[in-house]
Ligand binder design. Structure first.
Ligand SMILES: CSC[C@H]1O[C@H](OP(=O)(O)O)[C@H](O)[C@@H]1O
Ligand SMILES: Nc1ncnc2[nH]cnc12
Length: 299
């Protein structure tokens, strides 16, 4: 049944796509329709657009809003993930422009990261559970291995150069790094750099959503002596040249996969320390019902 355009009770999309810099819409959607969703965390960056690709219902959300108006530090990440979950989404693919910190990851290549180092500065709301209930999710594998594998297959089918792993260093934005920072991150063994993987990955885990990243390398940041230092215009130009490939990957993923049960959907098992009776009594204003299904499975 087609989702209806009212409130938060639609349950009809299952694959969510968060489009980053350069990916503001997903024309591959059949019969697209905007679904303005209210959330307890305010409005999402933009209204999700729901349509079908292959056999799947897909909800697309532009991370930086219509016309790229929201900087990385101000993205309403909780609202974005809540909105997708309210639409019924169980798997989220997060598309990002990234700088490369390693020669082999060249501009134009795709990366499906497997790890994250969080260098944001603590100013981004980063948990759904800040009051009344104590939850510690595991982030040992911040990206869903099952969804990563499917995404890597789809990426390889659509693009000649795909790196199936990499550590994404998430810096605070909106400026780019200093050369000393860029060299430090290289010395740490980081592979790519961006500004948005956290707290998105952590909040997706708290919301018991599968989460994987499709990173498009746009530049060599500022460490490479053979390349100019990154600037925003270059990122936009390289993304514009690669956006068709990104859409092909996402479309291939939707065609090749179906919703499946996954450990990510049980991420709160064993993560809730609060007594179950007390957790059950936390007011809706502190933890919405949509996010507390895992409380019953204390594990
Ligand atoms: C426009 S360059 C910097 C900008 O691009 C990346 O955004 P996204 O991850 O949403 O594609 C990077 O993280 C910065 O926010
Ligand atoms: N070099 C870079 N640093 C941070 N975010 C980016 N997004 C694209 N390129 C980037």
């Amino acid at each position: 049944m087609r989702a209806r355009k009212s409130g938060n009770e639609q349950r009809n999309a299952d694959l969510g796509i968060i489009g980053g810099s350069g990916l503001y819409e997903f024309p591959g959607l059949t019969d697209p329709e905007e679904f303005p969703v209210e959330t307890p965390y305010g409005p999402p960056s933009a209204p999700p657009v729901v349509g079908t690709v292959g056999g799947r219902w897909v909800a697309f959300l532009a991370r930086h809003g219509t016309g790229h108006r929201i900087p990385p530090s101000r993205i309403p990440v909780r609202a974005n993930l809540y909105a997708l979950k309210a639409l019924g989404v169980t798997e989220v693919v997060s598309v990002s422009a990234v700088g490369s910190l390693r020669e082999e990851y060249a501009p134009g290549h795709l990366v499906v990261p497997d790890q994250i180092i969080d260098r944001t500065r603590g100013g981004r709301p980063a948990t759904f559970f800040s009051s009344g209930v104590v939850v510690h999710v595991s982030l040992a594998d911040p990206y869903c291995p099952r969804l990563r594998a499917a995404l890597t297959d789809a990426a390889r089918a659509a693009h000649p150069t795909v790196h199936p792993a990499g550590t994404y260093l998430c810096m605070e934005g909106p400026q780019f790094s200093t050369r000393a920072e860029s060299q430090l991150y290289r010395a740490w063994g980081m592979d790519v750099i961006g500004m948005t993987a956290q707290p998105e990955a952590k909040l997706a885990r708290e919301a018991e959503l599968c989460y994987a990243g499709l990173s498009l390398v746009t530049d060599y940041d500022c460490w490479h002596t053979g390349h100019d230092s990154v600037d925003a215009r270059t990122v936009a130009e390289v993304m514009a040249a690669n956006v068709i490939a990104a859409r092909a990957v996402l479309s291939g993923l939707a065609h090749a996969t179906a919703p499946a049960d996954c450990a990510c959907h049980h991420a709160l098992d064993g993560a809730v320390l609060t007594d179950p009776l007390a957790a059950a009594q936390v007011p809706e204003e502190e933890v919405p019902a949509l996010l507390r299904k895992g409380f019953a499975r204390r594990g």
